[in-house]
Design a protein around this ligand. Structure first.
Ligand code: GDG
Length: 724
């Protein structure tokens, strides 16, 4: 039976050594709870590092055995690997780059090697446990190379990937010397999920610029697969936070804490120690708020929980010192014997303690400089059973996209920060409750279970799509079978696309003239009187006539506008109109004026805007603008606007290769039919073919065709074999 495997850097367990014994505690994170519905079922497992550098084999065995009871499988990392792969490349290279702190990025080839090595270690481990029908869900920036590594061993495996931190704009990502390898690693997945639409479009833009691949609605066509990219904001276990907030233990803690701090209004902030969280900026804003609002002295306190993290990394050590100094300065300046402006905790709280703080806080200050999502703000909202409280949230947190009923601020704008605090502290309860209600409804609906289900649904969706478009690569054995059918038949119909199918692509289209090898193939194919060869191309009729007119063939030019039967003159589909061309051409010329490198190709019954040579990105932007413009002015005009490979084509809707090929299908009652083509226009031909036809897609394994070959070279080999 197939199983689902979750893979992340850390397993959802905390192992500690107490009096020489290993103690196991499940981790309380939202992800662990959400994915519990998956990895705890049946044969499913979670693979990851158990959180300790273990050297002794006996201990490894004991941990493996213990974790197996919870469906977890450990990948053991050495202390050196943790230092170089985790603290090094993951946290000193990727983390700052992805959070736009490029001045902190460490560029070090040794760390990169360690990152590759550990990803390979995960891949090797997985090879032992993965079955081809399994589903793999890989998490986060520590394992960006893993999807491609696993794909190499299991080409058909279902692989999903979710990035928990932001995906940066291309301008940041391009700074990494290993950007291509990282991107290719990720593209090993079938489905890639990001928290926000911005992360998704940044990723797609990098794919476009680095791999030259466009996308349509988040779908990228790779030669061997369709990959889906989508925004899927992660939710929290809403019920768990609401229930914890109502529990007697939480309420008892709240009473205790309240007795200690007195009856001031409380502002709460909770973060891991990290420069991306904007802790010093928050302290400076709070200081300015006190300075500007003396009426709040003695009446408002900030409870600041900073959870220790990565404090061996120099940048984090420095940050810790900066925070300590700021807190000391503010408390020293404003504190009274009976009032502490900032209650600062450099440690973590148990869940009920955290929940009591959420309950008590009049205001939550969640103001990261950059955050993938941020779950603290969502947990705060879920814990507000009486709906009283205000959330001040940074625009730079992924959560800001969903929580527009909070007070949104730019954390670099200290003035806005101070105003937000003033607004929050004076907001009438009725207004607080109205906003809280809206946010609670949304978080209840888009909770962690919804997120997990949606992720799996999207992954299955793209897998199904891949299957329906799957071709079989033509092997030696298969080509022999095709040859057998060919030899047996007496009346054959052979449709051949030209560019990309019989020849390769050239920067100068005139270079694609038939070479010696192709001439020989055409000669042999047409020499057999049982063959009816139809070249079916988008090119104009003059070129096709000039290059191929000497062979005993039939031709479809301009995607089906012009037809030429053996021994007859060129003719076109009756009543085809082309008066529309003059107006549309004016529009296209306007775009050429604004877009260096683009040009318009004029055909008898169609116009083509080419942007292959336009600056990457600009061409795509202009194309979007152009297609929406064209769709508007061509409405009700019986014209089609089609986006192709670096082209936009406008043509009569009656014209397509599929329709044109039907004419020949009816003309010859053939007992062997084959059609070969390489691009989207050939898909119409494939769809028009009867079931028994041998349809062959060149260059991709995703198509309506039955079979595929990697390039025109294999097409030539196949055709040569047939006539041998
Ligand atoms: C990454 C992304 C994204 C914090 N202090 C205590 C405590 N916590 C818990 C919170 C919350 C979690 O830790 C922190 O989650 P965040 O989302 O805020 O941040 P990261 O850990 O950096 O996570 C982030 C996330 O992945 C998910 O995709 O949102 O943007 O950076 O659950 O409650 N828990 C306890 N005591 C504490 O003192 N018990």
């Amino acid at each position: 039976m197939s199983k689902t495997i979750i893979v992340s850097n850390r397993l959802p367990v905390k192992i500690s050594e107490e009096e020489g014994e290993l103690v196991y505690k499940p981790s309380e994170g939202g992800l662990a709870t959400g994915l519990g519905s998956i990895y705890k079922q049946g044969e499913n497992i979670w693979v990851g590092w158990p959180g300790l550098a273990i050297t002794k084999d006996v201990e490894k065995k004991a941990i493996t055995k213990q974790l197996a009871k919870e469906n977890m499988k450990p990948v053991f990392l050495s202390a050196q690997e943790i230092e170089d792969f985790y603290e090094g490349f993951s946290n000193e290279t990727l983390w700052p780059n992805f959070h736009y702190f490029n001045q902190y990025v460490v560029y070090n080839e040794e760390l990169w090697k360690a990152y590759q090595k550990v990803n390979a270690k995960f891949a090797k481990y997985l090879e032992e446990v993965v079955e081809p029908d399994d589903t793999l869900w890989i998490h986060d920036y520590q394992l960006l190379l893993l999807p491609e590594m696993i794909r190499a061993k299991f080409p058909k495996l279902s692989i999903g990937f979710f990035l928990h931190i932001p995906f940066p704009s291309y301008e940041s990502f391009r700074l990494l010397p290993w950007r291509r390898e990282l991107l290719n690693g990720m593209l090993g997945s079938d489905f890639l999920g990001f928290h926000t639409y911005d992360d998704m479009r940044h990723f797609l833009s990098s794919v476009n610029r680095l791999a030259g691949l466009g996308n349509s609605n988040g779908q990228i066509n790779l030669p061997d697969r369709k990959v889906l990219v989508d925004a899927l904001p992660m939710g929290i276990d809403y019920e768990r936070y609401a229930t914890t907030a109502a529990s007697p233990e939480t309420i008892a803690r709240e009473v205790r804490y309240r007795t200690s701090v007195g009856d001031q209004k409380l502002i709460l902030s909770i973060d891991r120690l990290d420069y991306s969280k904007g802790i010093p900026q928050r302290l400076r804003a709070f200081e300015l708020f006190l300075e500007r609002n003396p009426q709040y002295l003695n009446k408002v306190s900030l409870i600041m929980v900073v959870v220790p993290s990565r404090d061996q990394v120099p940048k984090y050590k420095q940050l810790k010192e900066e925070v300590d100094l700021l807190v000391g300065r503010i408390n020293g300046k404003y504190g009274r014997l009976n009032w502490t402006p900032i209650h600062y905790f450099y440690r973590s709280f148990p869940l009920h303690g955290l929940s009591a703080l959420y309950r008590m806080a009049h205001v939550a200050l969640v103001t990261p400089m950059r955050d993938g999502m941020n779950l603290v703000c969502k947990e705060y909202i879920a814990s507000k059973l009486d709906k009283k409280g205000v959330l001040i949230l940074s625009e730079m947190a992924g959560a800001a996209k969903e929580l527009s009923d909070s007070i949104l601020i730019n954390p670099n704008d200290i003035e806005q920060y101070v105003t937000a605090l003033e607004t929050a502290l004076s907001m009438p309860e009725e207004e607080q409750m109205k906003h809280m209600q809206t946010m609670q409804e949304s978080l209840k609906r888009y909770n962690i279970h919804h997120w997990v289900n949606l992720f799996m649904e999207r992954l299955n969706f793209v897998k199904e799509q891949q299957k329906s478009l799957e071709t079989s690569i033509i092997t030696e054995k298969l080509s022999k079978e095709i040859k057998k059918r060919y030899d047996k038949s007496k009346n054959r119909l052979i449709f051949l696309d030209y560019d990309g199918t019989l020849t390769g692509f050239h920067a100068d289209p005139l270079q694609s003239k038939p070479d010696g090898e192709l001439k020989k193939i055409m000669k042999n194919l047409t020499a057999d009187k049982n063959n009816n060869v139809v070249v079916i191309s988008g090119r104009g009729r003059d070129t096709l006539e000039e290059w191929l007119g000497s062979y005993d063939i039939e031709i479809i030019a301009e995607h089906g506008v012009w037809l030429k039967e053996k021994g007859k003159k060129w003719r076109t589909i009756a009543n085809l109109k082309h008066e529309w061309k003059a107006n549309i051409q004016k529009v296209l010329d306007g775009y050429v004026n604004r877009t260096p490198g683009s040009f318009v190709e004029v055909k008898d019954y169609s116009l083509v805007w080419h942007y292959r040579k336009v600056e990457t990105g600009l061409g795509e932007v202009r194309t979007r603008e152009l297609t929406s413009h064209l769709k508007y002015i061509t409405a009700n005009k019986n014209l089609n606007v089609l986006e192709g490979d670096m082209v936009v084509e406008i043509k009569n809707s009656e014209v397509n290769k599929g329709r044109a090929s039907t004419f020949w299908l009816e003309k010859y009652n053939a007992d062997f039919i084959t059609a070969l083509g390489d691009d989207w226009t050939d898909e119409d031909t494939f769809l028009a073919m009867p079931d028994e036809a041998v349809t062959v897609k060149v260059g991709s394994t995703t198509s309506a065709a039955k079979y595929s070959v990697p390039s025109y070279k294999e097409v030539r080999k196949l055709l040569t074999q047939l006539t041998d």
